[in-house]
Design a protein around this ligand. Structure first.
Ligand code: GLC
Length: 450
């Protein structure tokens, strides 16, 4: 008895009583076989294109312009009346993404400005009813993705700067909303109705990608973040998604630990394990969940007419490799122009990535990275009986020591098949790199194990 009490009190010391992982999300979530299969497929895909597109593209200052420029909703809502992206061509977009080597796209169906880029019967503030364009671009893209055989995922903002029933959070303070009308129950019904549309009218959807949770996270006085500040009703939302499309995954860019009902852990602007941008407050939560890092191609998500700070093709390819080498996918963003075109430089970069992947895709797609954590010289990916060393920096010693006991069949340069020297002991494999090689993008060594 005494021992039991002692153990109970020790346990209560070890685990804080209000663990956020069990009070939010779906209680007792057990992923279905369909979800488990989708998670595997998602992890295999490795590379996706993020698309931030909305009426804000007309102002050419990113998707936050309504907030940063303190635009009132009564003024901002003039924009849809002039939105006519006459050059939009879903087939052209999807072909460019496929040629880039992307296996999925994730598009903003509704961003924080509250404008729905799809036909919705729950709000007239949508692309079909409120613009002269009158076309449901989400439908056109979804159909085209299904036709060309790549997955379509939907980004959906939890926060809304226009609707009065959305309770005011950290942003959207200048939109002129009547705060007294806040009614989260009504807003939650609205979101569930729209999510139902998205998962009913557009065929199979790979993932619903939520964003905006942080609108209701307030830093504590000591600078740390509390885990829960606001009850979004995630249990209801996630159940709905899984019931409407059992294979659809749930991701939430809340920058916190994943909660039950979520199937992917998302990282913003950093590869898992790094936090240069300051959003990644948690490390990898579970090895059971696929990981995804989203990053911009220049500095902006939504179209910014002044942003010419494009990452080079080499930087982007190395980012993809570094991401795969952390067992994660890269979701690379493009911000289409108001005329419906994807910026020319973005298309150029995508083509360059596609060229590289058409030669080196075997070392990325379908791989996992679990054998060895990232090293100063680079990263490792593996698939079946192949291990790929992605050398990103030349090791001074001229060789790479892998603390792995492997029965090796061959060690080759992936680019031209040249045999490389190696030494093996019981617990280590040493790969001797050639005297001269170029790793300014990625020098890949292919190890075939017996
Ligand atoms: C941040 C930005 C948002 C963008 C998202 C993409 O949350 O606030 O505008 O959509 O990142 O990851």
């Amino acid at each position: 008895m005494l021992t039991n009490l002692l153990i109970a009190s020790l346990l209560s010391l070890a685990a804080p009583s209000s663990s956020p992982e069990i009070v939010e999300g779906i209680q007792g979530y057990v992923p279905t076989p369909e979800v488990l299969e989708s998670r595997q497929r998602f992890s295999d895909d490795k590379f996706g294109i993020f698309i931030h597109w909305g009426v804000y593209s007309m102002l050419g200052r990113g998707e936050w312009v309504m907030n940063t420029d303190k635009i009132r909703f009564s003024d901002y809502s003039i924009l849809p009346g002039g939105f006519y992206p006459g050059n939009f061509d879903a087939a052209e977009w999807v072909s460019a993404f496929k040629a880039a080597g992307a296996r999925y796209i994730t598009i903003t169906t509704r961003h924080h400005d509250g404008f729905s880029m799809f036909k919705s019967r729950w709000s007239d503030y949508n692309i079909v009813d409120a613009t002269p364009f009158g076309r449901d671009i989400i439908k056109e893209l979804a159909d085209e993705c299904h036709k060309q055989g790549i997955t379509i995922n939907f980004y959906y903002s939890l926060l809304d700067w226009c609707r009065e029933d959305y309770p005011l959070g950290n942003s959207g303070h200048h939109s002129g909303r009547d705060e007294s009308k806040a009614n989260y129950a009504s807003y939650l019904d609205f979101m569930c109705n729209q999510i139902t549309e998205l998962l009913t009218n557009y065929g199979p959807v790979g993932c619903i990608w939520f964003d905006g949770d942080w609108d209701h996270i307030k830093k504590k006085a000591d600078g740390s973040y509390p885990d829960i500040d606001f009850d979004w009703g995630y249990g209801r939302i996630y159940e709905l998604i899984h019931s409407l499309q059992p294979g659809c995954l749930v991701g939430n860019n809340h920058h916190r630990r994943t909660i039950p009902g979520e199937d992917i852990q998302l990282f913003e602007r950093d590869v898992p394990g790094e936090n240069t941008a300051g959003y990644s407050r948690t490390d990898v939560v579970s090895t059971a969940l696929p990981l995804e890092t989203c990053q911009t191609i220049n500095k902006s998500w939504g179209f910014d007419i002044n942003d010419h700070t494009y990452k080079t093709d080499q930087e982007l390819i190395r980012l993809l490799v570094r991401t795969a080498g952390r067992n994660a996918n890269l979701l690379l963003n493009v911000g289409p122009q108001p005329d419906g075109r994807i910026p020319a430089l973005s298309l150029e970069r995508l083509a360059q990535i596609g060229e590289w992947l058409s030669v080196n895709g075997e070392t990325i797609y379908g791989t996992r990275s679990t054998l060895l954590k990232p090293q100063p010289w680079g990263v490792v990916t593996e698939k079946d009986n192949k291990i790929f060393l992605h050398v990103l920096e030349k090791p001074e010693s001229g060789s790479i020591v892998l603390p792995l006991s492997l029965k090796v069949k061959s060690v080759r340069s992936f680019a031209d098949g040249t045999e490389l020297n190696f030494k093996r002991t019981k617990s280590e494999l040493t790969v001797v790199l050639p005297e001269s090689y170029d790793c300014s993008t990625d020098y890949i060594v292919e190890i075939t194990v017996k």
